[in-house]
Design a binder for this molecule. Structure first.
Ligand code: ASP
Length: 414
């Protein structure tokens, strides 16, 4: 009876801690396979449910968000404000990452011959599980425009395409006016209510889901402790930058630009951060983010349904900061000196790469390939950081969603 009264985030927190403990217990009793075979699947089911609902949610909430803005002027002001804030914070995050990694130089640990040795070793072992394709920056822009509605909706990593279609539909509704489109808007509103109800159901399952995810994580990463210490400096640089963004940068800006109480803000977003941390996915966290900011931060439905679905895919400050660090870290490992022009290329392409990164676990590694190959850094170097990517992914996802709530709060400022 009493247990049911616990707020959801407390239950999620208990699930997380219990998951870590259970993971270690099974690991130490050499029963890791029980976790992998019997516990992990519940985490997978939880993630699948969240992913299942992500595309309908993004689509209906964006169409609804836009069509609710009956006047085009309001739409363009909100749009402009949101996009500018997204870009500004992303640029800042990339510059922070580039500055930190250049200062700390975590990759300058090898002599020239050692760098050469690693380059050879990494390219001969094809441990890299990333499709290495030469992509041009414009390809990402071209691919934002789907050529088939159903294939766009058929793959969660095509979220930008869904956003594109939703924007088109929403703007068409606004231009046509209420009279001609009211039937469709009614359907969208009803669909949204249904989607949100389903999310409610899914979130009841969250404590069990995160329990299973974390138990599995402990087991999956058991053998990597040597790797952890070897890459410690790199990881510390990433972690410090990410924590700075989440707990200093956004709160300080909010303090300056709004009347919000920072304590309340941090308290309200903490459950969102926990879920982002456990799922490593901004898209999976989105449903909860939308609900929570409206209920706990009093952000209007209009703002939330426009700013957040867009932000979950487009605005990834944690990811962009991380990608900048990875690129320069691997350059350092291989002893590659970049020119000023190459630094600028890294800056702009990283911003673009983070926009194109899907809000799913591990997505940014694939996008980093584009940045690295355009400045001639061997992408095989990514194999080095893959081993410890997951915990960093969890943390950068926290920053990604925190950045979205930050922009939503600023945009919603009365
Ligand atoms: N997992 C991140 C997110 O969903 C994306 C990434 O950086 O890989 O926000």
């Amino acid at each position: 009876m009493k247990k049911n009264k616990l707020p959801l985030f407390v239950k999620i927190l208990i699930g997380m801690i219990a998951g870590v403990l259970v993971g270690f217990i099974f690991l130490s009793t050499e029963n890791a396979s029980i976790v992998t075979n019997w516990i992990k699947p519940w985490g997978t089911i939880f993630i699948r449910l969240l992913k299942l609902i992500a595309i309908p949610l993004v689509f209906v909430s964006l169409v609804k968000g836009i069509s609710a803005m009956t006047d085009l002027k309001r739409l363009s002001t909100l749009g402009l404000k949101t996009i500018s804030l997204y870009l500004a914070t992303t640029f800042f995050a990339v510059m922070l990452g580039m500055g930190a990694v250049s200062l700390v130089k975590p990759g300058n640990v090898f002599s020239k011959s050692e760098s050469e040795f690693y380059k050879q070793k990494l390219s001969s072992e094809s441990t890299l599980n990333v499709p290495v394709q030469e992509r041009q920056p414009m390809d990402y822009i071209v691919e934002m425009v789907p050529d088939n509605l159903f294939s766009a909706a058929g793959d969660n990593s095509n979220m930008l395409q869904i956003i594109f279609v939703a924007l088109l539909v929403g703007v068409a509704i606004v231009v046509l006016g209420a009279e001609k489109t009211s039937a469709f808007v009614l359907v969208i509103n009803a669909t949204e209510a249904i989607v949100l109800k389903i999310i409610d159901f899914i979130m009841q399952f969250a404590p069990v889901g995160v329990f299973a995810l974390l138990a599995a994580l402990v087991v999956d990463f058991s053998g990597d402790s040597a790797m952890f210490s070897a890459l410690g400096m790199y990881a510390t640089t990433v972690v410090v930058c990410l924590l700075f963004l989440a707990f200093v940068f956004y709160p300080v800006l909010l303090k300056i630009f709004t009347k919000n109480n920072i304590g309340n803000y941090l308290k309200a977003i903490f459950p969102i951060q926990l879920l982002a941390f456990s799922t490593s996915s901004s898209s999976a966290t989105l449903p909860f983010t939308m609900e929570q900011v409206q209920q706990k931060l009093g952000i209007s439905e209009e703002t939330a349904s426009f700013v957040l679905p867009l932000g979950a895919t487009v605005n990834m400050d944690g990811t962009s900061c991380y990608q900048a660090i990875v690129v320069l870290f691997i350059a350092q490992i291989f002893g590659i000196e970049l020119t000023i022009a190459q630094y600028m290329t890294v800056l702009f392409l990283t911003v673009l790469a983070s926009i194109g990164t899907a809000g799913v676990p591990g997505a940014s590694v694939v996008m980093t390939v584009m940045v690295m190959s355009s400045v001639g850094i061997p992408v095989e170097g990514l194999a080095l950081i893959l081993g410890i990517d997951r915990p960093l992914d969890m943390l950068r996802t926290v920053v990604n969603v925190t950045g979205d709530t930050f922009v939503a709060t600023l945009v919603d400022k009365k």
